[in-house]
Design a protein around this ligand. Sequence first.
Ligand code: FPP
Length: 238
Amino acid sequence: LKNYDERPIPSHVAIIMDGNGRWAKKRHLPRLMGHKAGVNAVENIVRAAKETKIPFLSLYAFSSENWNRPKEEVSGLISLFRLYFRNKARELKENDVRIRFAGRRDLFPQDLVDIMKDAEESTGDCRTMQLILCLNYGGRQEIVDAIKGITRESLSGKDLEINENTVRQFLYLPDVPDPDLIIRTSGELRLSNFWLWQASYSEFYFTDVLWPDFTGEEFQKAIQSYTKRDRRYGSVKT
Ligand code: FPP
């Protein structure tokens, strides 16, 4: 799919879904209501991405630093994940959307870990789009985990040459292409430990719109902005 400028749409769009708390605060609601509204936005954007024929959509839903939030907020988020993956896996499967996760699962309650595994398995054959949920994800942590993996294999006798490709093979989802476009909502201008290794040549799109207000139309604006850019990857324009 190309736009008038002949620049292709992105293969991988990654989103930092920010601003749920402020959305709720503006309405004098508890923060968790903002996260609930955020789930509706997730549904809208998954639909919009699929309609736009984006092959990979990744969403930063819980960072390795989010454990520092109040206990009720963390458990509320975990309940929302449970509900979403338990109730939506079938619909996503019917839409040929494969669900995958990036992050360390060990700190989540076992029943959520089981639900995540079921969602991955039941949608494992889906091919139209991959929806990647970054849960308890941290970019530095991912790199540390890759180093651990490489070390383990080396110590077990495997002769590994260490180069960028080797590192990539030990990341959480080595087959997923680097994000072409990273979107962050709510006006913050940071990467916050998201896709640290993978973001080296990503284009960024920032908007003041709060995540629960981020519609399919806002998503299209981000894609349009991307298709007008000139990506040179450190080279010069040919
Ligand atoms: C950031 O907003 C958002 C989060 C830490 C959680 C994101 C979760 C969702 C969108 C809902 C659940 C998603 C799925 C996939 C079911 P914030 O709370 O930092 O907002 P603030 O900066 O305004 O306080």
